[in-house]
Design a protein around this ligand. Structure first.
Ligand SMILES: [Zn+2]
Length: 282
């Protein structure tokens, strides 16, 4: 379902354990591909948080349908720890089709980033789920004239540039969105600036009720429980938070009510929820 949060278009479908696909149409970027959606199909780049089935199962259909429609081979991005097995998966799917898929899985090392559009970068951050799991931030890099040069005419700037001046501009990184992927709360560090200051923060919130908290369901699956949020949000400066990856043990009508009842007062008006449709539960 498409929603606009703080000016960012997010087309997300997510149900914990079943399928999660989060498309950002304006960036032609999709994070995870648990199922192929119309919005995901149109994205030229897919980044994976990890490789559990509910985050990668749409890949075969996505590659096949894009090729059927003559769309360009997409870019596939993952933590470098899983780039090789993901590539083997792509190659096996191509072999089964009788024609190899051309996509090459690009691995990103911790601390690195990768350009996915003009001035737009994906930057991973560590989370606590599978050993190789990462969250992704989307960061826009803007080049701005330094304030002390504000009065300069365009011609003067160009001349100084051609003379090799290096003090004209500042590069400013603006984190637009951060997506945790699957993670448990314990040990999760949201303090890197490209996460904490992201305009919108998307956090997996698999479990919502007392029963699953008491049974340690979140701990066992290395997932988040709604009750983990208040402590976690303490240092977060995002304008809005989007909760997703809710377990299918909850009926869609239970989800919103459970969340409204438990999130911190200060966040009540800034929290959005990806509520699964009835037909998505298995
Ligand atoms: Zn997972």
């Amino acid at each position: 379902m498409l929603r606009v949060v703080e000016g960012i278009r997010i087309d997300a479908r997510s149900l914990g354990g079943i399928a999660t696909t989060i498309a950002f149409p304006e960036w032609s970027l999709c994070i995870d591909l648990g199922v192929t959606t119309q919005a995901a199909l149109r994205c030229d780049t897919v980044a994976f948080t990890h490789a559990h089935a509910d985050h990668v199962s749409g890949l075969n259909q996505y590659l096949g349908v894009r090729r059927l429609y003559g769309m360009r081979p997409p870019r596939l991005i993952a933590s470098s720890a899983i780039a090789a097995p993901l590539q083997r998966l792509v190659d096996a799917m191509g072999e089964l089709q009788g024609r190899p898929f051309e996509s090459v899985v690009e691995g990103v090392e911790p601390g690195g980033d990768i350009e996915v559009g003009r001035g737009l970068y994906l930057r991973p951050f560590p989370v606590v789920h599978q050993a190789h799991s990462v969250g992704w931030s989307v960061v826009r890099r803007v080049v701005k004239l330094r304030p002390e040069h504000a009065g300069l005419a365009g011609g003067d700037i160009a001349r100084r540039k051609s003379e090799g001046a290096t003090d004209l501009f500042d590069e400013i990184d603006d984190p637009l969105i951060a997506v945790t992927g699957d993670t448990q709360a314990e040990g999760l560090d949201l303090s890197p600036w490209w996460v904490r200051r992201a305009r919108v923060l998307m956090i997996e919130t698999t479990f919502l009720d007392d029963e699953r908290r008491d049974s340690n369901a979140a701990k066992v699956g290395r997932h988040m429980h709604l009750d983990d949020l208040p402590a976690l949000l303490a240092g977060v400066e995002s304008r809005a938070v989007v909760l997703y990856h809710v377990s299918q043990v909850y009926r869609p009508d239970e989800v919103e009510a459970a969340i409204r009842g438990r999130i911190p007062e200060a966040w009540q008006n800034r929290v959005h929820v990806v509520v699964p449709g009835d037909g998505e539960r298995l």
